[in-house]
Each structure stands twice: as structure tokens, then as C-alpha cells.
Design a protein around this ligand. Structure first.
Ligand code: CAA
Ligand code: NAI
Length: 697
């Protein structure tokens, strides 16, 4: 036995208890222990084996840290087959989260019982693989093809009640897993129940797998794992034998295991967890936050207030006058009605959130008791300064004063107060009650416990919080400006905005940059360009076609026209014919002769601009590690998760080739394409971005 599996006998039942905290992942010690446990139980003449997990859960899956390394024997597929073929009755008792390989172990058992709170699932597709230990062969046999396809391609978690209804488990019972498992095994023995291996069950019914495959591929926007899993389930139905199906599953599994998408998704899994763990905050206690103030109840303020209310934090919202306050209240209750309709909150909760938990006010005196204030007024330094002076005068000592500014200098905002150590940036993304990203922007004088409070609040609001330093646009908007510029330059040089949008959706983004501009409002970028114009470096290339659109009053979706024309009631838009004219005029004014761009060149330039700016952001210490940038792009900008993030993508592509292309582009536009010093250093040293992530761990 190994320490990871504890063996015990109760009469003729052997008990195998997994003890591999925190989640009983099926690492090599656990696999060895299970194998030894089954063999010992057989050798000792036990009549049944009970498998269950100690602590918070049954096995939550394979040990993801072992992926990409040579698999030590016994591998999980062999182990599952061995459990299934045991010559005694095997019972699994499930609690916590029986996921992936964990559920596959349960499916290899002959009988399954679970506590009512247990969650199950085969989430492998989210890691870029498919259930590779017989899950695609056994689940359809117990649950039917359609249910199995849904569970495997979505990777969703499902509860014990659904599992029982679909035949995934045999019984649901309150109690401790050990006790209910033992009682069930005893009952089975007393009844003389037979061994019941799933592999002996008849093959499930076939469906139109080609159609399901195509639909799944389209839904995943190019993600391969769910669609490939469809083919594995197909084998369960169509292969000549169970073993033949397992062989096919293994082939498809290996294909995915070797893919870049698997690496990207696993990078995302670990980075998502690492991003908010800051070593410097390990011993810092956050300040208590029972209530928050929000200044400004427009798009962002209302969204932030909604997010706080949904997390059970009460809100005092300040607007300029009574009618603006009322409009803000309506925005918030509109947002909350959405949550009510989707069943996320009850009517009682809705009533509290729009009643006692929310105070709408027009005087700063109402903020006397709040612990933290988030300002979301107009993006104008003079207005923000006035607001922060008022906050300084009215908020209690120790209250945290945060700004949701997109671009402005938090140090300058902090200087408007007498307490710059309490000032921080908390940059939410629109819609703030939906988008997962929160940039925690740390200014020069921000106290560590203020930073810790920003992260603690982010966690309560269920955000992915990323630390950022102060610069124009912080991590995300700064990088976005760079790749947006690359897109604009390509249009000026001859690519069409629609071609660029098509290429970027082909890469996996939900929308291309021009469609995103239409959604966000083209006036925002227009205002920013006008604001920056006086400070622009004379070497910077400037494009005007987007300004021409705005000058004509076309701001995108909100005016019905931008790069696309939007018709009421229709999803998406069609290309706006005026755009071509504006581009041609811009080219003529600037003496540019348009040329053709291949899809490959568009993708390369767009991504190189993103990677180069991201490398500058890391090199300057604005982001702590490459993975922080990756998580910002994933959770705030719709970067396809299966590429892992721009810097993971860059590692997988090879940094030397990326630098070489940037240097080539720099020959035509040396100002825009200045290579990031960090990228040059990494290439010179033969290292990659992930080496920097690892160095921090
Ligand atoms: N392997 C290795 N480490 C794992 C792990 C796994 N399968 N699952 C979780 N962990 C680690 C996490 O990285 C985290 O570590 P740190 O504390 O060092 O950051 C720790 O366990 C706790 O995890 P969470 O913070 O996520 O805890 P939670 O309570 O919020 O969630 C969970 C628990 C639902 C199990 C969640 O961790 C999860 O979804 N894990 C992944 C489950 C999964 O995808 N399983 C399938 C694996 S693939 C497989 O099994 C297929 C195969 O056949 C090869
Ligand atoms: P908005 O124009 O929708 O809302 C601003 C609100 O602030 C208005 O309701 C206005 O009445 C109110 N307001 C202005 N001055 C005030 C004052 N002195 N006291 C109280 N209320 C006042 O603007 P939006 O889009 O909500 O942006 C707010 C801030 O959030 C800006 O700094 C912006 O850069 C930032 N931001 C915006 C994002 C977006 O996608 N819209 C994303 C992330 C940040």
C-alpha cells in the first residue's frame, strides 16, 4: 500500500480510503495504492471493496501536474480496467466533487452511491483533453448516448439527483461516505447481488455523430477537445467491442494530449488560481468591508453596485442629482431582474438588494459609514479630483478610496486627497456584474492592506483579480490599444476591417476588433484619440477613417451604424458601405497605396503587436508575471482560453520567430514596432515567458 490509500477490513468488506489532500487527485501514489488495495482484497478473500475519499472529496480527477510527463504505471486507464475486472464487488461512495478520472474510477466500480450534495462531471474538455480512462465508453452505457454527449462535451458539473435520474449512480443517501458505502456494500452482499461491470453492458444507441461533431466544433469556436470527444463516444456505439472502443478513446486522447490547446488550457487552469496569490500579501490582513459606496451610477457604477449587492455587500450610491440617482436605481434593478429571471437570486433576495441593501443619495454625507468607495464618474481628471476631495472630506478614517478609471493616473488622483495610502484603482470591465476581470491597480503610496482588501473584495465578487501597476491603460487597455493600432494600420495599408474581424474570430475570439469597437461605442476611442493628439509623438502613424465615421455621427451599435449597420431585431450587423469610402479617402490623403493581406499575415501582425506590448508591460513591472497578462486578456478581452493567453501562445509559437517578425515589421514602421527589451532578452537567453512564471513560484 502507499500512504495515499489506507486499507482496512470490516468483516468481508475491504475499505480503500483515499487520503491525498487537498482534492484526492489520482497521482501515482493514489493509483499504486488503489491497485495494491484491490489485489490485497482479492488475495485476502474479501467479498467486496468500498472505495471512498477522505476529507472534502472523492477523487477530483487525474493529477493535472503529471500531464505532459511520461505516465508512470499503472496508468489510469489500466487501473480502471483492473478495478472493473476485480473478482469481487466494487462499490464507490461519492461526496464532494467526483470529477474526470474520479468519476471514471466510480464508473469502473460495479455500484455507485453518493451523498445528496455530491457533484460529478467529466470536465476534461476544459483541459483540452477527453475522458481517457474509459469515461467516453462507460458513461454512454449507463446514461445513454445523448446524456453522455451532453455531459462530456460541455464538461459541466451535475448533481447527485441528476446523476441518479440519468443512471450514472445507483443510489443517493444522506450520511458519511464511509458509512453509506459500507451499508450499501453489505446490503449488496446480503442480497447476493452480482458483479456488474459496465463493460459488459450493451453498446449504446448511435446518433448522427457527424452532425453532432460539426455543431460541437462550431460551438467551441475552434476548440478541438469537445468535438474530438464526440468521436470517442461514437466509438462506444459503433466499435466492434468494448476493448476496441477503449483503444479508439486512447488514440483520440493521445492526439489531444499532444496538442497546443491542451497546453493552453492547462496553463489557464493553473494561472487562474495563481494570479491572485501575491507572496507579499501572504501575511497582510485585509480591512473589513461590510458596505461600499459607489460614486456615479452610469454603465459602470450601476454594474459595480449590482456586483456588490449580488455578493451580499450593501451599497450607498451617490449621483449628481435626484433624477440621475433614480436612473441609476433603475439600471441596478434592471440588472438584478436579469439575475432573478435566470434563477440566480430569489424574489426575497431581489427585494432586499433593491430595498434595504441599496441606498441612493446625492450628498456625500451618506458615505460616512462605508468601508470602501469605488468612484465611477466621467473619465475626466478634473471631475475625479473634485470627487476624491469630497471623499477625503466625508469618508471615515481607514475607508478605502478606489477609482474605476480606465486610463487616468491613480497617483494624481491619490494626490487630491490627504490620504494617498488609502487610494487604489479597482478597474472593472463592462458589464461589471458579468465580466470576471478586476484589475487591482496599485499606486506608489498604496498601503499593502489596501491592496489585500482589493483582492479580498474581488474574491467576494467572484472576480479574477490581477495586480497592475500604474500606466496609461494599465495592463489590459494598454495592450488592447497596441493591437487595435496594428489592426488600424493594416486597414490603412489595404486589409479590410471585415477580413480582420473574420481572421480574429477564426482564431477563436467571439468578436473581431471592429465589431467590438461598435459594441463598446466608437465615440470612446474617438475621445481618447482627441485627448492624446496634442501629446502624440510626431513619428507615430495616425489613421483617420474611424474619426470620419464618428464625425458623421456613427458611433456603432448605439446609433445603429458603425463599421457595421445594425437592423433592429437582428443579431450582428452587415458591413457599412460608407466605411470603404472613408478608408479610400484616408489612403488618398496619406498617399498610401493599398496592398493585399493574407489571413496569415493579419493574424501574425495582430498577435505580434499584442505580444510585444504585453512583453513591455511585464518588462516594466506593470504586470508581475507573464501569466498575469494572460489572465487579463482571457477574462477581460475574450482571448480564446484554449490558446492560454497571448504570452502562452507566444511561447508555443516560439519567441525567436516572433521577434524576427517584429524586427521585419519595424523596418516599415520603426516607431510602432520597437521590440520589447524583455522579448529580446528572452530570445538571447533561449528562455520563454513561462520560465518567468516558474521563477516566481
Ligand atoms: N490535479 C492537481 N491539482 C489539482 C487538481 C487536479 N486534478 N484539482 C485541483 N487541484 C489543486 C488546485 O490547483 C489547488 O491547488 P493550490 O491550492 O496549490 O492552488 C487545490 O487543488 C485546490 O483547488 P481549488 O482552489 O480549485 O479548490 P476548489 O474547492 O475551488 O475546487 C475542484 C475544487 C472543483 C476540484 C477544482 O479544483 C477543479 O475543478 N479541479 C479540476 C478537476 C478536473 O478538471 N479534473 C479532471 C482532471 S483530468 C482527468 O481526470 C482525466 C484523465 O483521465 C486523465
Ligand atoms: P457613464 O457616463 O455611463 O456614467 C458616469 C456617471 O457618473 C453618470 O451617471 C454621471 O451622472 C455620474 N457622475 C458624473 N459626475 C459625478 C459626480 N461628480 N458625482 C456623482 N456622479 C457623477 O460612464 P461609465 O461608462 O460608467 O464610466 C465611468 C468610469 O468608468 C470612467 O472613468 C470610465 O473610464 C470607467 N470605465 C468604463 C468602462 C466602460 O466600458 N464603459 C470600463 C471600465 C472603466
Amino acid at each position: 500500500m502507499t500512504h495515499a490509500i489506507h486499507y482496512e477490513r470490516v468483516d468481508d468488506i475491504a475499505i480503500l480510503k483515499a487520503q491525498n489532500p487537498p482534492v484526492n487527485a489520482l497521482g501515482i501514489d493514489v493509483r499504486l495504492g488503489l491497485l495494491a488495495g484491490i489485489e490485497r482484497a482479492e488475495a485476502e478473500g474479501a467479498r467486496a471493496v468500498l472505495i471512498y475519499g477522505d476529507g472534502r472529496t472523492f477523487f477530483a480527477g487525474a493529477d493535472i501536474r503529471e500531464f505532459g510527463k511520461p505516465m508512470k504505471d499503472p496508468g489510469l486507464p489500466d487501473l480502471c480496467n483492473r478495478i472493473e475486472s476485480a473478482d469481487l464487488i466494487v462499490v464507490s461512495a461519492l461526496h464532494g466533487t467526483a470529477l474526470g478520472g474520479g468519476l471514471e474510477v466510480a464508473l469502473s466500480s460495479h455500484y455507485r452511491i453518493a451523498v445528496p450534495s455530491a457533484k460529478m462531471g467529466l470536465p476534461e474538455v476544459h483541459l483540452g483533453i477527453l475522458p481517457g480512462a474509459g469515461g467516453t465508453q462507460r458513461l454512454p452505457r449507463v446514461a445513454g448516448t445523448e446524456a453522455a454527449l451532453d455531459m462530456i462535451t460541455s464538461g459541466r458539473h451535475f448533481g447527485a439527483a441528476e446523476a441518479l435520474e440519468k443512471g450514472v449512480i445507483d443510489r443517493v443517501q444522506e450520511g458519511e461516505p464511509r458509512e453509506i458505502g459500507l451499508a450499501y456494500a453489505r446490503e449488496l452482499l446480503d442480497q447476493g447481488a452480482p458483479r456488474r461491470p459496465v463493460c459488459d453492458m450493451p453498446a449504446p444507441a448511435a446518433v448522427d455523430f457527424d452532425a453532432v461533431y460539426e455543431k460541437t466544433l462550431a460551438k467551441g469556436r475552434g476548440q478541438l477537445s469537445p468535438a474530438t470527444a464526440v468521436r470517442a463516444v461514437q466509438a462506444a456505439c459503433e466499435a466492434a467491442s468494448f476493448l476496441e472502443g477503449l483503444r479508439r478513446e486512447r488514440e483520440l486522447f493521445t492526439e489531444l494530449m499532444e496538442s497546443d490547446q491542451r497546453q493552453g488550457l492547462i496553463h489557464a487552469f493553473f494561472s487562474e488560481r495563481a494570479v491572485s496569490k501575491l507572496p507579499e500579501l501572504a501575511d497582510v490582513t485585509p480591512r473589513d468591508v461590510a458596505s461600499v459606496g459607489v460614486i456615479g451610477g452610469g454603465t459602470m457604477g450601476a454594474g459595480i453596485a449590482t456586483a456588490a449587492l449580488l455578493a451580499g455587500v450593501s451599497v450607498v450610491l451617490i449621483e449628481r442629482d435626484a433624477s440621475a440617482a433614480e436612473a441609476a436605481g433603475q439600471r441596478i434593478s434592471g440588472n438584478l431582474s436579469g439575475a432573478l429571471k435566470r434563477g440566480k437570486i430569489s424574489q426575497d433576495q431581489f427585494d432586499t438588494m433593491t430595498g434595504d441593501a441599496l441606498e441612493l443619495a446625492t450628498e456625500y454625507g451618506a458615505l460616512e459609514q462605508v468601508d470602501l468607495v469605488i468612484e465611477a464618474v466621467f473619465e475626466d481628471m478634473d471631475v475625479k479630483r473634485e470627487v476624491f476631495k469630497a471623499l477625503d472630506a466625508n469618508c471615515k478614517p481607514g475607508a478605502i478610496l478606489a477609482s474605476n478609471t480606465s486610463y487616468l493616473d491613480i497617483n494624481e488622483i491619490a494626490a487630491a486627497t490627504s490620504r494617498p495610502r488609502d487610494v487604489i484603482g479597482l478597474h472593472f470591465f463592462s458589464p461589471a456584474h458579468v465580466m470576471k476581470l478586476l484589475e487591482v491597480v496599485v499606486a506608489d503610496q498604496t498601503d499593502p492592506d489596501v491592496v489585500a482588501t482589493g483582492f479580498a473584495l474581488g474574491k467576494r465578487l467572484r472576480k479574477i483579480s490581477v495586480r497592475s501597476g500604474v500606466c496609461d491603460g494599465f495592463i489590459g487597455n494598454r495592450i488592447m490599444n497596441a493591437y487595435r493600432k496594428a489592426a488600424d494600420y493594416m486597414v490603412l495599408d489595404g486589409a479590410s476591417p471585415y477580413q480582420i474581424d473574420r481572421v480574429m474570430t477564426g482564431f477563436g475570439f467571439a468578436m473581431g476588433p471592429f465589431a467590438v469597437g461598435d459594441l463598446a461605442g466608437l465615440d470612446i476611442g474617438w475621445a481618447a484619440r482627441k485627448r492624446r493628439a496634442p501629446h502624440r509623438d510626431p513619428r507615430e502613424r495616425v489613421v483617420h477613417f474611424a474619426d470620419m465615421l464618428c464625425e458623421g455621427g456613427d458611433f456603432g451599435q448605439k446609433t445603429g451604424k458603425g463599421f457595421y449597420v445594425y437592423e433592429a431585431g437582428k443579431r450582428g450587423g452587415t458591413p457599412n458601405p460608407d466605411v470603404e469610402k472613408y478608408i479610400a479617402q484616408d489612403q488618398a490623403d496619406q498617399g498610401v497605396s493599398p496592398r493585399e493581406f493574407s489571413d496569415a499575415e493579419i493574424l501574425r501582425r495582430y498577435m505580434c503587436a499584442m505580444v510585444n506590448e504585453a512583453a513591455k508591460v511585464v518588462g516594466e513591472g506593470i504586470a508581475r508575471r507573464p501569466l498575469d497578462v494572460d489572465m487579463v486578456l482571457l477574462f477581460g478581452y475574450g482571448f480564446p482560453r484554449y490558446h492560454g493567453g497571448p504570452l502562452k501562445w507566444a511561447d508555443l509559437q516560439g519567441l525567436a520567430g516572433i521577434l524576427e517578425d517584429i524586427e521585419t515589421y519595424a523596418k516599415e514602421d520603426p516607431y510602432f514596432w520597437q521590440p520589447a527589451p524583455l522579448l529580446q532578452t528572452l530570445v538571447a537567453e533561449g528562455r520563454c515567458f513561462d520560465d518567468l512564471n516558474k521563477a516566481e513560484k
